[in-house]
Design a protein around this ligand. Structure first.
Ligand code: ASP
Length: 437
């Protein structure tokens, strides 16, 4: 591992000149911060636009043969204002003109959207007085549009090995024919993670506008405590259940390289934020790490006497789902029952057919449909090593009059997932949170 920090700054961290100043202070504050990955300018306030959204809009206008001049003007003004307030030496107008010309000529959506990061990267590199390295030379995609992980590793090493400090824009790379390809939305996080992995950095900092993750959604729980440390696996489980700050795919490269990720707040740089690490079996017992959940699930509960002895029953049920292209979330089972939890959006318009087919193929004694369910995951790496976690959860739920309709403890023993009626969702999350916090 090298004594290098890769620092990625999100859109709100680079939304205007004032934010750029904060970023400069942070970058200069630690010599080890050598590779800087910017997003496109984000919102300055609630009603503001994200530059990436505006670029997508430009592309949509061109596709429909409508003038995109007005939208582009907003983009242009934002960059020009940032560049002039920061007194950068480069003439951003030249680059803006070229980008505009290419969009007008029918550039792809990916090329168009990627210019948000490209232009921001040019300004930031100039402002910091460091080299600009175009991500099209460092982040490589296959000709089918998938990330070429090995190729990227080589390209990043090659491009960066002799560079003391550089800005590499996030979100995009290039295919072998040179065509620009972006990651999915929020993908600058992935760029930073890849660079951290390939330069064998000792830390990947992800700078945003919150001081890390909170134990629960602050819109549901009043003033939830921050999470200081979380393992990659726990984060994956919480993110899957709806907690977002970091692009989910950004975890994998850092995890592969065993590099900790520190979520930090550009507006409160002294806050420690959340550090994401490998589960090293630390003695953080007794407590949970976080709670997250989602609504809009349907449970298909199937009952059949002696199901436990019938070989192939589960496979038959699942093959029906497969035939109808329905993916399922959980499948807790009892002796004579099996419950299949599916997201509403998966089963919409197909439920009747799926049920009919399960009846025909599997001959169950009963099938019950339970709509309007919510799933809540309580996640904690200490769970497997602690006695009494589930007792605490269920006692608190009972005290708060929440009817638990389903329980599933993953075999990792790192989470307990419960199903409750959607109307009890907020109450259940609060009950679990207050049992531990
Ligand atoms: N600017 C891109 C987006 O809005 C990528 C990113 O911010 O990470 O999705």
């Amino acid at each position: 591992m090298n004594d290098i920090i890769v620092a990625k700054f999100g859109g709100s961290s680079l939304a205007d000149a004032n934010q750029f100043q904060k970023v400069k202070k942070i970058v200069l504050g630690d010599e080890r911060r050598r590779y800087i990955v910017p997003s496109a300018p984000g919102k300055r306030h609630d009603k503001d636009y994200k530059i990436t959204d505006l670029f997508y809009l430009c592309h949509a206008h061109v596709q429909q043969g409508i003038s995109f001049d007005e939208v582009f003007k907003i983009i242009e003004e934002r960059y020009k204002q940032i560049a002039s307030e920061l007194n950068v030496t480069l003439d951003i107008g030249v680059y803006l003109r070229e980008v505009k010309r290419k969009i007008a000529e029918g550039a792809t959506a990916d090329y168009t959207a990627s210019r948000g990061e490209y232009l921001n990267g040019l300004i930031l590199a100039d402002f910091l007085g460091v080299e600009f390295i175009d991500a099209s030379e460092a982040i490589l995609f296959s000709r089918y549009g998938y990330l070429d992980s090995e190729g990227t590793k080589k390209a990043i090493k090659d491009k960066l090995k002799n560079v003391k400090k550089a800005v590499i824009p996030g979100f995009y790379g290039a295919m072998p024919n040179g065509e620009i390809k972006t990651f999915s939305r929020g993908g600058s996080d992935i760029t930073g993670s890849l660079i951290a992995r390939d330069m064998e950095a000792s830390l990947y900092e992800n700078w945003t506008d919150v001081s890390g993750f909170l134990m629960a959604d602050p819109r549901i729980v009043d003033n939830p405590k921050p999470i200081e440390k979380i393992s990659y696996k726990e984060l994956r489980e919480l993110a899957y259940m709806g907690a977002t700050v970091l692009h989910e795919e950004a975890i994998f490269p850092a995890r592969e390289g065993g590099i900790p990720i520190n979520i930090k707040n550009t507006n409160a740089p002294r806050d420690r934020g959340t550090i994401i690490v490998k589960d090293n079996g630390d003695k953080d017992l007794g407590n949970i790490t976080g709670i997250a959940g989602r609504k809009d699930f349907t449970v298909i509960a199937i009952e059949k006497a002696f199901m436990n002895a019938e070989i192939g029953f589960g496979r038959k049920v699942l093959s029906v789902l497969e035939t109808y292209g329905v993916s399922f979330e959980n499948m807790p089972s009892g002796i004579d029952t099996i419950s299949i939890v599916v997201e509403d959006s998966q089963i919409e318009g197909k439920l009747d057919k799926v049920i009919e087919e399960i009846k025909r193929q599997c001959n169950p004694d009963a099938i019950q449909i339970i709509p309007n369910m919510a799933l809540i995951a309580t996640v904690g790496r200490g769970m497997a090593r602690t006695v009494g976690t589930s007792q605490k959860i269920f006692t608190s739920l009972a005290k708060n009059n929440v009817n638990v309709r389903m329980i599933d403890q993953g075999s990792s023993e790192m989470n307990i997932i419960i199903g409750v009626e959607a109307k009890d969702f907020e109450k259940a999350i609060n009950a679990i949170y207050h049992a531990f916090a």
